[in-house]
Design a protein around this ligand. Structure first.
Ligand code: ADP
Ligand code: MG
Length: 353
């Protein structure tokens, strides 16, 4: 047939744009839940209760006891780029919250049915989205997402079965529960009496690891706090006026613990992220310590100056980049290796005496 020449360029309809953009952020129920948990943490909640139906597709509900949302803010809550967390671009370099783009709730509202019930301390009645009033309820916010991807069949089709999606949801909840032991987390299937994750508030990291991953891990767990140089690690807190450029805390299993697959919980500036480079370096310290084909459990929380980190490289904020990555990773691995080898040597020594 005759070449027809260029097709006209058209402006996409707002509703189409929104649905496409939403798909980049919310690609599966666990991704939606991560955003919701982060919002609850940003709201300074000490209790977060999650209920799930059909792997999160039918229902994903999160109830927190945080600061709540003001009545006047409800009308724009689910609009794109509306946030209470930053106001200028430079605020990004001193970010202390998970959120900053004001896109998560909007995205969910474009690909699911979203409803909100919320109450601030000052409110006497709680408010439901669309400003319907309901009788008294606890302070905090409940967000309900129903029928995820009802209008995006390709997304829906790309999901695994309900049990795998639920497993991913549990994985997210477990990791946040360990990183936030001061917050009580629970996650259960709708209609089920017993939660699949349940942690108390005011706990500590080790207790949280035990409650979620079990006693076997905890009895073989090493703990390190790592700073850029040994001298900083040695100097008493307060002695040194310059705060270090970064710091890290790690809980990781010793040679007695042998799992089939590495479990790495990696938090950088409190964000759950993935880094194949860090994973590889940390797995490396177990070479020669663990038998071939076995793997450790590791939880690493790294805190870097917000100015040297870019959290905005990925729509799901899953990947982060930071300055001096190689140097920091090397220092982390060396320090953890030192602790690991020390421990296994003292064990050998105990056997000998
Ligand atoms: P962001 O977190 O980037 O600001 P979101 O779309 O996730 O964007 O949320 C928009 C706004 O809604 C937040 O800035 C916050 O003010 C409010 N919000 C969302 N969830 C909660 C919650 N659980 N408790 C209190 N406020 C919330
Ligand atoms: Mg958010």
């Amino acid at each position: 047939s005759e070449p027809s020449g260029p097709l006209p360029i058209r402006r996409l309809q707002e509703s189409v744009i929104n649905r496409i953009a939403a798909g980049e952020i919310i690609h599966r129920p666990a991704a939606a839940l991560k955003e919701l948990i982060e919002n609850s943490l940003d709201a300074e909640s000490t209790s977060i209760k999650i209920t799930v139906k059909d792997g999160g597709v039918k229902l994903l509900q999160i109830q927190d006891n945080g600061c709540g949302i003001r009545k006047t803010d409800l009308p724009i809550l689910a609009e794109r780029f509306t946030t209470s967390k930053i106001s200028t671009f430079s605020d990004l370099s001193k970010l202390t919250t998970y959120g900053f783009r004001g896109e998560a709730l909007a995205s969910m509202s474009f690909v699911a049915h979203l409803s909100v019930v919320t109450k601030t301390k000052e409110d006497t009645l709680c408010l439901e989205s669309l400003l319907r009033r309901r009788s008294s309820r606890n302070d905090g916010t409940t967000i309900t997402i129903e029928n995820l991807f009802y209008n995006t069949p390709t997304r829906l089709g790309a999901l695994r079965g309900a049990s795998e999606e639920y497993a991913r949801i549990l994985d997210v909840v477990q990791k946040y529960a360990i990183h936030n032991p001061h917050v009580a987390f629970s996650c259960k299937k709708a209609g089920s009496a017993s939660p699949d994750v349940s942690t108390p508030s005011g706990s500590d990291t080790k207790t949280a690891i035990r409650m979620i991953y079990g006693q076997t891990i905890v009895k073989d767990l090493l703990h390190s706090k790592i700073l850029p140089t040994d001298s900083e690690a040695d100097s008493e807190a307060g002695e040194n006026d310059d705060s270090p450029l970064w710091s890290a805390e790690a809980f990781f299993t010793n040679a007695n613990y042998q799992a089939k697959k590495t479990v790495l919980l990696l938090f950088i500036n409190h964000r759950l992220v993935e880094s194949s480079r860090i994973k590889k370096a940390l797995e490396g310290i177990y070479v020669g310590v663990l038998p071939k084909g076995t793997s450790p459990f590791m939880y690493l929380s790294l805190q870097i100056d917000p100015q040297s980190i870019d959290v905005n490289v990925h729509p799901t904020k899953r990947e982060v980049r930071f300055l001096n990555e190689d140097e920091i990773i090397e220092r982390l691995a060396n320090s953890m290796q030192g602790t690991l080898l020390n421990q296994s040597q003292s064990r050998v020594y105990e056997y000998q005496t």
